[in-house]
Design a protein around this ligand. Structure first.
Ligand code: COA
Length: 389
């Protein structure tokens, strides 16, 4: 994918540097914080604990967490049969579908089954706790959509969702085997770091849809569509293709020289907001290192790690660009044995927590998001009737 040239970019293009609204969910100041807590502290939590914080605004007590996790589990365990039938048909007719499309369709079908028509019209009658219930349902349903699709593709009857923390349950279902504690912990870390990131493109899409008075399922459907793109969530899959394409250390220099010469984007590097490094990439980079060195079965991944570190060094030297979260996330998912086409869908599983928190925050205001455009088309001209053209 070619990078936009400097003359295609005016300083405000892509709303870069523009403050487009207020939020109390996440801040990117001196470090990334969810509801005031530094992510470097939150990585010791379970994903459910962080999702609770995002949705409800405070860290849960042990009792609240247990009840919250049970509600999410119940949602994953009681998926509507219509979803299974629908996915079985889709798996037969279009087995090559992108799993992002599967999740987008799945959330849309869930919205239709629930007759989700959005919050009450009057701001004063709005019961946002009902919306939080919907969000909790989606937190369990989205990972279940993923595993049901895989079962349908393989012609299996969907197996029950285990009574385990979400990260362990999902990883075990995807790997079809028990997983080690370190594997589950590092997988959990990826979910926490992917959970939320202020006004990124998909969250902004979700907030824009919500601002029209539309419903949570419509907003999440739009967000999944936005996340699919390679400049956003789709980057984690491209990162691994890129590393495979390079293959051996001798190829790094000529590969990068070619990319930069052709003004091609190097996936997993650069960020619209972080210009001196992404704290999430550092935290997950360390976790990835711990995972690879935890057990000799990960030894084959060491080569890929060395390749990644060399490219990282060279990118900094040649372009002054730091890696973003997708850079280590792709390597973690690969080391855990997950297929590449699951990487971006796993981002969805995590980001549902952030999206739904923003959707609920947006529902608390009645302000339509509707910016202006600078017109650059033809000057005013007379209409010409069709017979005279
Ligand atoms: N590969 C190559 N060059 C890159 C780059 C990348 N990944 N990211 C930034 N650059 C270059 C730009 O070409 C620009 O150079 P120029 O000044 O010579 O034109 C310079 O770095 C500054 O980039 P900027 O325009 O400020 O970046 P942006 O805010 O528009 O773009 C991204 C941010 C995320 C879209 C961009 O960095 C990118 O495409 N990254 C790869 C995709 C990715 O990993 N996405 C996940 C994001 S979490």
């Amino acid at each position: 994918m070619p990078y936009p040239s400097s003359d295609q970019k005016d300083p405000e293009s892509g709303l870069a540097g523009v403050t487009a609204g207020q939020t109390s969910i996440c801040s990117l100041g001196e470090t990334l914080r969810y509801r005031g807590y530094a992510v470097s502290d939150l990585v010791q939590c379970s994903f459910e604990e962080v999702a609770y914080l995002l949705l409800w605004g405070e860290l849960p007590t042990a009792h609240q967490l247990e009840a919250f996790a049970a509600r999410i589990q119940r949602a994953a365990q009681s998926m509507p049969q219509t979803i299974v039938c629908c996915f079985q048909k889709l798996a037969e007719s279009s087995p090559q579908s992108s799993i992002m499309d599967v999740l987008r369709t799945g959330v849309s079908v869930l919205g239709q089954l629930e007759c989700d028509n959005g919050p009450a019209e009057s701001l004063y009658d709005r019961d946002l706790s009902q919306q939080r219930n919907k969000a909790e349902q989606l937190l369990g349903q989205v990972p279940a959509l993923l595993t049901i699709w895989i079962d349908c593709l393989r012609g299996r009857k969907p197996s029950p969702w285990p009574n385990k923390p979400l990260a362990t349950a999902l990883l075990e279902k995807l790997c079809q085997t028990k997983v080690s504690d370190i594997a589950a912990t590092v997988f959990n870390t990826t979910l926490i770091l992917y959970a939320e990131h202020e006004f990124n493109a998909s969250t902004f899409a979700a907030r824009t849809v919500t601002s029209t008075g539309s419903d949570m399922h419509s907003a999440v459907t739009a967000a999944i569509g936005a996340l699919k793109g390679p400049l956003h969530g789709g980057a984690n899959e491209k990162v691994l293709h890129q590393l495979m394409d390079i293959g051996v250390p001798e190829n790094i220099e000529p590969w990068l020289a070619r990319k930069l010469n052709d003004h091609e984007v190097v996936m997993g590097f650069g960020h619209r907001v972080y210009k001196t490094g992404d704290i999430r990439a550092n935290l997950l980079g360390d976790a990835c290192h711990r995972l690879i060195h935890s057990d000799s079965s990960f030894e084959p991944h060491d080569k890929l790690e060395k390749l990644a570190h060399q490219l990282e060094k060279l990118m900094l030297e040649k372009k002054g660009l730091h890696p973003n979260l997708d850079w280590p996330a792709a390597r973690v998912y690969h080391a855990l044995g997950l297929p590449i086409n699951l990487f971006t869908p796993l981002f969805v599983v995590a980001r549902v927590s952030g999206w739904t928190s923003h959707i609920i925050e947006q529902m608390g205001t009645s302000r339509l998001i509707r910016p202006l455009a600078q017109y650059v088309g033809p000057s005013p001209r007379p209409y010409v009737a069709i017979k005279d053209r």
